[in-house]
Design a protein around this ligand. Structure first.
Ligand code: SAH
Ligand code: AVI
Length: 325
């Protein structure tokens, strides 16, 4: 369990050094609805907090997706003969092992490329996988996937591009389409794309998943303030913000916000001071919930076609297999 008590950043920088972070943050905090990108959740502590979220009783996506992968991967990997697995936003790669095991069973597993913005966490994941899969080449790539994939020059084909956890839901539609288009551009004719998507369901169940009773999601949300303190020298006080997560039934997404509990002025070197009023919020994440039509629209726009779509009947969640259109 990560250290939940820490409120001040005191760690070495470990995220991808992003020269545009200051400009992005300044623009986000100047907008009428203040907004910060969810990619800023994930320093080492943020990655550990997300890992803790995946084990919460209320957080259904991880275990539902895991069950789907266990049911489908052996058959899919035998069918595709995949030699390279490229994974976007790999995190701890816990579920990736299900794919890697299925690849290993075919005797074809050669290369695993986990891509993530959380550099230290990624290198720990890669080191563990090298120990667990001695015959497999593991080439981690540090990248902000909203900008680039940073793939190795040579990859044995056919390759499977995986994007699990419904992380696609954290991107607004235009950014999601740009990301899928980037994946499509990297695919060869025999390659496939595997994407986990959380589907629309009972709102109370979704809201419970983002408002857990142990307060881990709230801590994860506030961690973004520590990342800004660490990376930009900001003076944000996590105790001055409350976690809020509510479902928007029109946009079909849960939104996470940090709500100011008092008026405050935030100082970030290199930009104008930011006044935040009591009750005003910073939106830190959207998590879109899909149906088949909304996934098909994303795929169409990125010139991908849905080849298979296994879903979980009890907890609506889908695993989409896409091919070049
Ligand atoms: N795939 C894992 C982890 C999901 S959490 C799972 O299904 O459990 C989201 C992951 O994506 C985190 O590891 C985070 O560091 C990474 N991530 C988020 N935004 C990113 C971005 N813009 N570029 C690269 N990685 C990103
Ligand atoms: C990584 N991503 C898919 C998670 C989600 O459910 O949108 C992040 C998360 N936010 C709160 N809890 C989990």
């Amino acid at each position: 369990m990560p250290n939940l008590a820490r409120t001040r950043a005191s760690r070495p920088a470990e995220r991808v050094l992003n020269p545009s972070m200051l400009a992005e943050v300044a623009a986000g905090l100047a907008a009428p609805q203040k907004e910060l990108s969810p990619k800023y959740f994930y320093d080492q502590r943020g990655s550990e907090l997300f890992e803790a979220i995946t084990r919460l009783p209320e957080y259904y996506p991880t275990r539902t997706e895991r069950a789907l992968l266990e049911g489908w991967m052996p058959e899919l990997m035998a069918q595709l003969g995949t030699r390279t697995l490229i994974e976007l936003g790999a995190g701890n790669a816990e579920k990736s092992r299900i794919i890697l095991n299925a690849m290993r069973a075919t005797g074809l597993a050669e290369l695993y490329v986990p891509i993530d913005v959380s550099a230290t966490f990624l290198s720990q994941t890669a080191a563990r996988l090298r120990r667990e899969y001695p015959g497999l080449a593991v080439e981690p790539a540090i990248a902000d996937i909203s900008v680039e994939l940073n793939l190795p020059h040579r990859m044995p084909r056919p390759a499977l591009f995986a994007f699990l956890g419904s992380t696609i839901g954290n991107f607004y539609p235009p950014a999601a389409i740009r990301l899928l288009t980037r994946v499509r551009a990297a695919m060869g004719p025999g390659d496939r794309f595997l994407m986990g998507v959380d589907l629309r369901k009972d709102i109370a169940r979704i809201e419970a998943a983002y408002n857990d009773s142990q307060g881990i999601t709230a801590e994860f949300n506030r961690n973004m303030l520590l990342v800004l303190n660490q990376e930009l020298g900001a003076d944000l006080d996590p105790r001055a913000f409350e976690h809020r997560a509510t479902y928007d039934t029109v946009a079909h997404r849960i939104e996470m916000h940090l709500v100011a509990v008092r008026d405050q002025v935030v100082t970030i070197p290199g930009m104008d001071p930011v006044m935040i009023r009591q009750g005003e919020s910073i939106r830190t994440e959207i998590s879109t919930k899909y149906d088949r039509a909304s996934v098909a629209a994303l795929f169409d726009a990125a010139e991908l076609r849905i080849e298979a779509w296994p879903t979980d009947p009890t907890t609506p969640f889908g695993l989409v297999v896409g091919a070049p259109a």
